[in-house]
Structures are given as structure tokens and as C-alpha cells.
Design a protein around this ligand. Structure first.
Ligand code: MRU
Length: 379
């Protein structure tokens, strides 16, 4: 596995570093990731030269978030093809690197199928690799465009639901440029509101245990000069009680056919709070996150992660793939068992609306969702 770290160029306020990019230096093609485990302290790039390196980056959350996982998976297949590795084997390991975000397996399948089709039609190795890369690039572009459309639809919905004015939005985990080919999902809506002078405050849940909110969403909000405030996850209840939240905006890792939403653990409690306090709970996700093959929330596989993410504080909460002990500072007695699901599932009846690039589903029903999916696929 020939991956290595290379410091990115920095001077003062850093230029925008994309979450992922494909490069072709003389030594051969690479997938370059902005290593999200090192943010916000350091902007460091992780150069992957093969699929196992990408699998490791996915499992340690150096690259993460549903849409970006799909893009990374597709580039991973293209990388294997371009470097002459076994494409089917690479596709299999990439697709199963994490179980919950359906975008990952879908992104992998798109590039793999493009490669297979080229091989079947008699293309040589080079042309087949080019076909896989073209598919990965197409997915990357489509995701950027989907983000623009979701931002537009999402802000229109907010203005309707909240009757204009400025909005105080609570968000969870990280759903911005770091998870997409463009500006993201839920975060992109908040950013659109900010650009239109309509964002009064972005409340950012820190998102235990890996702190995607504190480390990543706050980083993105600061870079975009948004008015934001960080809170611990368990402070959300008192924020609602104080009447400080106009809407909750989150992303999704998988949306089942009935509209159940799997997203970062801690999303479901926000949905319950939102219902109690009569606040809209809005999910923003591309259609590539809707999985018609998963009938309902019970059928969604929720990733369970290592206990040390909960029982230890690492310097920057860096996860270590598969380790029992992570080398951080223990905050619980040695040997403490931890319950550490990476995601939870919110039932459709608690979701006010699902915003996609094709439009909005509200109320959330299986039929309405199926209709949108069909429209999105040209049906
Ligand atoms: O474990 P992560 O950091 O990959 O979890 C990410 C999330 O839960 C995001 O909210 C989700 O992928 C939506 S990103 C648009």
C-alpha cells in the first residue's frame, strides 16, 4: 500500500482545498484526499495510490460523508483500473468498507459497471480504465450540481415554513463541501441562507464521539464567515426549550423506501425534540442516498464502531481502524464497554420534509418518495 502524507501548501488563510481530487503525476495516477481526521488543526493531503489505501482512508474517516464516500468509491475503482490492479476485487473491498451510506456501494458500482461494459465491448485495459474514470468524474460533477439544486429547494422550503425573516438553524455532523463534489447538502442550504442575508445563526452540534460538528462544520462555517455557535450534543434540549431553534437541517446516509432516515447518531433525538417543540425537522440529501431496495428503517445496517472512540479522548479524536485501544487519553475505567453506533434511524413520521435535487417530499410517504426517485431517473 503506497500511500503517503504530503503537507499541503499553506500561507495565511488557506485557499480552498477540495475534499477529493484525481491527479496524474509522472509516477502514475493518484486519488488525493484532504485528510479530515487532521482538521481543523492541519490541512494535510493523503495521497492514495491503490484501493487498499482508500479503504483505510474510508474506515478511519479521513474521507467521509455519504456523497463523498460515493465519489471516493468510484475514483477508487478507477484507480485500481488505471494501475492495473484487479478491478473486481478492489470494487468489492471499497463497496464494503463502511455499511450504512448507500452512496458508497452505488458509487463503486457505477465505476465498476462502466469498466465491465468497456471490457465486454472489447476495449483494452487503458480504454476500460478511462471509462471507469469518466464515470467517477461524472458522479463528482453530478454531485456538485445536486448540491446547488438542494440549496435552492431547501432555502425556498425554509422561507415557506418559517414565513420569511432570518433563520436560526440547528445542524448535526458535517454536511458541507467536505462531504461532496460541491457545497454539500444540509450545510449548503444554510450557506445559501447566509449568502441571501437570511441566516441569523447556525447552531452546530459538536457530534460526539468523533466531533464532525466541532472539527469540520465549525471549520466550514468559519471559512464562510457564517454566524455560528457550537454546542455539546446534550445542550440541544435546552436550546429548543429556550425557543432558539427555527429549524433542524441534517443530511442522510441512507433513506429507506418508507422515508426512514439513517444519519449520524444523535439525529433521532433531535427529531424527537423538534417534534415536541413544533420545529421543522428537515433532511437534505441527494437522490443517490434514497435506497428503494431498503424497505424501512429496520432494514438499514447501522455501523458499530470501536469502543475506544467513546472511552478515550484522542488528541484530535482520530479514529484508528479496527483497534481495540486507540492510544488516546482514557476517560473511563480500563476495560469499560462502550455502545458506539455511528448512526441512528429517524422514522418518517418525525421528518417534516426531505429535500433532494429533484424537489421536496413533504409529508414524507413511500409513494411521494418513489415518485421523486422515478422522476430523478427520468421515469
Ligand atoms: O461517519 P460520517 O462522518 O461519515 O457520518 C456522516 C454523516 O452522518 C452525514 O450527516 C451524512 O453522511 C450526510 S453528508 C451529506
Amino acid at each position: 500500500m503506497a500511500d503517503h502524507y504530503a503537507p499541503s501548501r499553506k500561507d495565511g488563510r488557506p485557499e480552498f482545498i477540495p475534499a477529493i481530487r484525481w491527479e496524474e503525476p509522472p509516477e502514475g495516477p493518484v486519488v488525493v484526499l484532504l485528510d479530515q481526521t487532521r482538521l481543523p488543526a492541519e490541512e494535510v493531503e493523503w495521497v492514495c495510490t491503490d484501493a487498499p489505501a482508500l479503504v483505510q482512508a474510508i474506515q478511519t474517516l479521513a474521507v467521509r460523508g455519504a456523497p463523498l464516500l460515493g465519489i471516493a468509491g468510484a475514483y477508487g475503482v478507477a484507480l485500481a483500473a488505471a494501475r492495473g490492479f484487479d478491478v473486481e476485487e478492489a470494487a468489492q473491498s471499497l463497496a464494503t468498507a463502511r455499511p450504512t451510506a448507500v452512496n458508497l456501494a452505488r458509487g463503486v458500482a457505477r465505476a465498476r459497471d462502466a469498466h465491465r461494459a468497456a471490457v465486454r465491448s472489447g476495449a483494452g485495459e487503458k480504454e476500460a480504465a478511462a471509462a471507469a474514470l469518466a464515470e467517477a468524474r461524472a458522479l463528482h460533477q453530478e454531485d456538485a450540481e445536486a448540491g446547488r439544486q438542494m440549496a435552492r429547494h431547501g432555502l425556498t422550503l425554509l422561507d415557506e415554513l418559517l414565513s420569511g425573516g432570518t433563520h436560526r438553524i440547528l445542524t448535526h455532523c458535517n454536511t458541507g463541501a467536505l462531504v461532496s463534489g460541491g457545497e454539500g447538502t444540509a450545510f449548503a442550504v444554510a450557506l445559501e441562507a447566509h449568502r441571501g442575508g437570511k441566516l441569523r445563526r447556525l447552531w452546530v452540534d459538536e457530534t460526539r464521539p468523533l466531533l464532525q460538528g466541532a472539527r469540520l462544520t465549525a471549520y466550514e462555517a468559519a471559512r464562510n464567515d457564517m454566524p455560528y455557535t457550537l454546542l455539546t450534543d446534550n445542550a440541544a434540549g435546552s436550546l429548543f426549550a429556550a425557543g432558539e431553534v427555527d429549524a433542524v437541517l441534517i443530511g442522510a446516509d441512507r433513506i429507506a423506501a418508507d422515508g426512514a432516515v439513517a444519519n449520524k447518531v444523535g439525529s433521532y433525538p433531535l427529531a424527537v425534540l423538534a417534534r415536541y417543540h413544533h420545529v421543522p425537522f428537515i433532511v437534505v440529501a441527494p437522490l443517490s442516498t434514497v435506497d428503494e431496495d431498503t424497505p424501512d428503517g429496520d432494514a438499514i445496517e447501522v455501523e458499530q464502531r470501536a469502543g475506544h472512540e467513546v472511552t478515550e479522548f484522542a488528541a484530535a479524536q482520530l479514529p484508528t481502524a479496527g483497534a481495540e485501544v486507540g492510544g488516546g487519553i482514557p476517560v473511563a475505567p480500563l476495560g469499560t464497554q462502550a455502545y458506539n453506533p455511528a448512526f441512528d434511524v429517524t422514522p418518517p413520521e418525525l421528518v417534516t420534509a426531505i429535500v433532494t435535487e429533484q424537489g421536496v417530499v413533504s409529508p414524507v410517504t413511500a409513494d411521494a418518495l418513489a415518485e421523486l426517485v422515478a422522476r430523478g431517473s427520468g421515469g
